[in-house]
Design a protein. Sequence first.
Length: 160
Amino acid sequence: MSLQQLYASFDKCPNTVHEPHSLTGKADRDFGSTAKRLEHLSRIIQYNHKDLAHSTMWDSVSSNIRAWNDMLPVACTRDELASNIETNHMCQPDYHTEIINVSSSIDEVHGRATVFLHLMVLGLSCGHTREAIASFHWERRQGQWLCIKLVAFRGPAGFS
């Protein structure tokens, strides 16, 4: 099963990520800058999720985001996501992540993108560290890229 098939199985949302198109000329330059921008915004969301007042982060998150994490309840709104994050950090105040690798798939034609973050998760209440994968699904709405879906799950290394 591919990662896209796995993500699609999490819910029945119409937020399907299309395969990227082969682009040439000016579109290639746009593709590169879009990938860099969305990768940067995904890093901001990942690193600043403890700072719920971080305006750049919330400006880039759709008000009706769908967020799924194997440790938290499913969130169907930005407010639910913020509440889940706050609760998680109250239970695990030392929780934080380090980004190991970033990759992205951009579809400029349909205004869809996915940014994948390979993470090391530290500060868990059990004292362990583990790897995780987070995928940030983006959609261009009225010229602005918004994170519409966030899926995070345990990565290949499990607990150590």
